[in-house]
Design a protein around this ligand. Structure first.
Ligand SMILES: Nc1ncnc2c1ncn2[C@@H]1O[C@H](COP(=O)(O)OP(=O)(O)O)[C@@H](O)[C@H]1O
Ligand SMILES: [Mg+2]
Length: 314
């Protein structure tokens, strides 16, 4: 990883009292990254985040946050982390402002500093106009934004958000997405969990996909979408493709499979050999004419489903 590592989880395992086993889970989170931890319910996301927070003792493997073991240095590590739990639970009669003030107080931010901090956070989370409303009257999306806001008190560099989009409607989600993108612009490192791949694909620089307690894979989203076997080259031709063209293309090293769809040739490639240029050259040289040439990326969901199938069958 080129960036400074902020969180490293290396073959982390947790065996709960009833024998439930999570792991091995491996994550590498670089400074300033938005990191998506994704997987279905029960796959071990919350367990992993709690280990990063130092709230539980790993049964095996290594967890390090800014170079420290969070379980043995909880105070030092917690100063650098803001945490929004999976199910925020606030006194319903508190106002948003009151909750943030109480949190400032707990973090020893007082007087004018507290005024400024509360104002800053209400602004950032878009809750300025709701500062005096009781949390019991908040929508789910507003509660989530407030919970992110609470994590921001004291301006910690690392944010851990457990399912920040859970149960939030599309408009509320867009709002939360905006808040997270603003935080990324400020240079925060953000780890968030979600079981919704579409959200994760839109927001994250890097993802780890967990399934049944294990990391199925981890990489930059860009790499996953550009270099997976699901990534295809699509060439639209002037004349109709035929068997002769298919044969010629299959001879190129790095071409795995050639299919036709009307005037289009859809080609699975081995991205590490990057045969794109040779494909375009051959099409043109053989006189088929090239109208359009592009890369068709899969969705993260497609990649995840295929990797899970592979990991179950293999
Ligand atoms: N305190 C606990 N004791 C026993 N099992 C637990 C405990 N916490 C979580 N689990 C189990 O561990 C698995 C992973 O849970 P969790 O980390 O909450 O997953 P996720 O956040 O991905 O939904 C689940 O099977 C869950 O029931
Ligand atoms: Mg969870």
């Amino acid at each position: 990883m080129s960036k400074n590592p902020v969180v490293v989880v290396d073959s982390f395992t947790k065996v709960y009292g009833d024998g439930t086993r999570i792991g091995p889970i491996t994550l590498h989170v670089g400074e300033g990254e938005v990191y998506g931890l994704v997987g279905p319910n029960g796959s071990g996301k919350t367990t992993t985040l709690r280990a990063i927070l130092g709230l539980l003792k790993p049964s095996g493997g290594k967890v390090s946050v800014y170079g420290l073991n969070p379980y043995s240095h909880p105070e030092k590590v917690n100063q650098k982390i803001g945490y929004s739990p999976e199910i925020p639970n606030y006194p319903p009669f508190f106002t948003a402002e009151k909750l943030l003030r109480v949190t400032c107080n707990m973090k020893k931010i007082i007087g004018k500093d507290a005024d400024n901090e509360v104002r800053r956070i209400l602004d950032l989370t878009g809750l300025v106009n709701h500062a005096d409303r009781k949390i019991g009257n908040f929508s789910k999306g507003m509660v989530q934004r407030l919970s992110i806001g609470q994590a921001l008190v004291g301006d910690p560099p690392l944010l851990i958000l457990d399912e920040p989009m859970l149960g939030v409607d599309p408009v509320g989600r867009a709002h939360i997405r905006d808040v997270l993108l603003q935080l990324r612009k400020q240079g925060k490192t953000i780890i968030f969990s979600s079981h919704e791949l579409y959200e994760v694909q839109r927001l994250s620089d890097r993802v780890a996909m967990v399934y049944m307690g294990k990391t199925v894979f981890e990489d930059m989203v860009m790499n996953i979408l550009n270099n997976s076997p699901e990534t295809k080259v699509v060439a639209e031709l002037v004349s109709e493709p035929d068997g002769k063209l298919a044969k010629a293309l299959e001879e190129i090293s790095g071409v795995l499979e050639v299919a036709f769809e009307a005037n289009k040739v859809v080609i699975s490639v081995d991205s590490s050999l990057d045969p794109r240029e040779k494909i375009a050259e051959k099409i043109v040289n053989l006189g088929y004419g090239l109208r359009e040439f592009r890369i068709s990326q899969p969705s993260l969901e497609e990649v995840f489903i295929n990797r899970v199938k592979e990991s179950v069958s293999g």
